[in-house]
Ligand binder design. Structure first.
Ligand code: NAI
Length: 344
């Protein structure tokens, strides 16, 4: 089976070559992202393998099916870039629901600690033999309240980490986990009481701009906003306004609303067109990493292993445990458990 592998980065290849080697899969690596303009590269392939910023809209799906491609294998957990409704009945969509929740949760805490203890500033200073402590005063996380939105796999690991720091944890989830020992509150309470807010829910119509002008208004002055989930959970313009008005004490962003135009590429030496991103990056209290929370050895190995397994299961049996289908439970969690074996 031939698979067109889009948006390939050097760090993707070793694990995929290792797990794909023994399997009956021929991977064709392309550096370009999958878009309406590059979809023709999938010609002659049975499947495509894509990542978070590839475009999998109706037009791309239609062209893939015309080309005879039967399956889209996402090598990630999030799937907001895929028109799953349009895919239904046309092309199968597989994903990696779990690889290392620890990778993302630990990155969230790394960003939080870096921000509150000014590690990024200290690192730059001491490299320049500047040993002054001026302006580096941080604060203890111990005893502070963290509000976690989304208490799934990553959110729960993050909660455990925060508890280890002696933080008080409150949370909001559309589907609270019974017997989890987590203190669930309304979003209203969460915004009002949290010193730190961390997003770990998926991007859906409901969660789009869950952090925006109105919610920022309801937050504590000096709140720290952490987003390691999906960019459009946060209205970047509103965040910038909150930073400028000093309402938001700091922001740690591993994802950004318009990241697909810039993240994963080297634009040093170029003029960045996105004024909001450029302005955010100039702020002393904003930390940006380019969607790297997943990037650990363990996560890369897990992603490759499950993606290859998904594809083999699909080609051998015509179905896959990790198939995404808007009708039967992987998107609308209210029908969890009613999933038939074969989606269409
Ligand atoms: P998960 O599916 O285990 O947990 C998501 C949680 O969000 C669930 O408990 C669900 O009930 C809750 N939720 C759903 N709709 C909600 C709503 N409207 N309001 C509040 N909560 C809602 O997912 P997991 O594995 O914990 O991943 C969370 C997110 O992290 C993913 O959706 C993905 O966008 C992001 N992610 C980011 C990565 C990165 O490298 N920065 C890597 C992997 C995932």
């Amino acid at each position: 089976m031939k698979i067109a592998f889009f948006d390939t980065k050097p760090y993707d290849k070793p694990a995929f070559e290792r797990y794909g080697a023994g399997a009956d899969l021929k991977l064709k690596f392309f550096e370009t992202k999958l878009t309406e303009d590059t979809v023709e590269l999938a010609s002659g392939c049975d499947g495509v393998c894509v990542f978070v910023n590839d475009t999998v809209n109706a037009e791309v799906i239609d062209r893939l099916t015309e080309l005879g491609v039967r399956v889209i294998a996402l090598r990630c957990a999030g799937f907001n870039n895929v028109d799953v409704r349009h895919a239904f009945g046309r092309i199968h969509v597989l994903r990696v629901p779990v690889y290392s929740p620890h990778a993302v949760a630990e990155h969230a805490m790394a960003m939080l600690l870096t921000s509150v203890r000014r590690i990024h500033k200290a690192y730059n200073r001491t490299r320049d033999f500047n040993f002054s402590l001026q302006g580096l005063t941080g604060f203890d996380l111990y005893g502070k309240t963290v509000g976690v939105i989304g208490t799934g796999k990553i959110g729960r690991v993050f909660i455990d980490i925060c508890r280890g720091f002696g933080m008080r944890v409150i949370a909001y989830d559309k589907y609270p986990a019974p017997d989890s020992g987590i203190t669930y509150v309304t979003t209203e309470e969460l915004f009002r009481e949290s010193d730190v807010i961390s997003l770990h829910c998926p991007l859906t119509e409901e969660t789009y701009h869950i952090i925006g002008a109105e919610s920022i208004d309801r937050m504590k002055r000096g709140v720290i906003v952490l987003n390691t989930s999906r960019g459009a959970l946060v209205d970047a313009e509103a965040l910038l306004a909150g930073i400028k008005s000093r309402k938001i004490g700091a922001a740690c962003l591993d994802v950004y609303e318009e990241e697909s135009d810039v993240f994963f590429e080297d634009y040093s030496g170029h003029i960045v067109e996105d004024d909001t991103l450029a302005r955010l990056i100039t702020m002393p209290n904003v930390l940006v990493t380019s969607h790297q929370a997943f990037l650990t050895e363990e996560a890369l190995a897990g992603i490759a292993e499950v993606t290859v397994k998904n594809l083999l299961e699909f080609f051998q049996t015509g179905c896959c445990e990790n198939e995404l289908c808007y009708r039967c439970g992987k998107i609308d969690d209210s029908c969890r458990g009613q999933r038939p074996r074969k989606c269409f």
